[in-house]
Design a protein around this ligand. Sequence first.
Ligand code: FES
Ligand code: FES
Length: 185
Amino acid sequence: MSRLIVNGQPVQYRLDPRTPLLFALREASNLTGAKYGCGTGHCGACTVHVDGQAVRSCQVAIADCEGSQVTTIEGLAANRAHPVQQAFLAANLVQCGFCIPGMVMATAALVDRGQASADQDIDGALTNICRCGVYPRLREAIRTALQARGGPVQAAPQAAPAAEPAPVPEPPGAQPGDEIVTPTE
Ligand code: FES
Ligand code: FES
């Protein structure tokens, strides 16, 4: 028997201890948000949090999660209130949706740690596969979520403020009201 805390609730799985966490969550706990994509640890569709870390649940046995806190997309936040969920909604990011629970969980772990700031950080840390290609909007959503969390964000380049024109020196002997002609090139 394997004892875990799943979305805040104690759970005992009477399953083969080698059972992948993904199968236990989906088939024994009826938590079907995490998806079976590749089954080989590559796509990230099965991502959940184990003790706060993003984990590909098809690759970890329930015996290895003994006593751990497991969070699935269903338990991430009430009413989709996590900044990542809000940012995904605001960016209208979802296409077919298959990868999205895993994307949200992987992104949430990244944002909650506040580590990604530049596109290279995001691309390096988030290796989930989306066959619909939502990656450009995903980066925007991550920046938005980081800002909502108060984490580091690479500021968009700002245009330099326009310089005030230098005052034209008055020629010697000029009187108030005299028109001053500025030489042009
Ligand atoms: S199903 Fe787990 S990484 Fe693809
Ligand atoms: S939204 Fe379709 S696979 Fe990512």
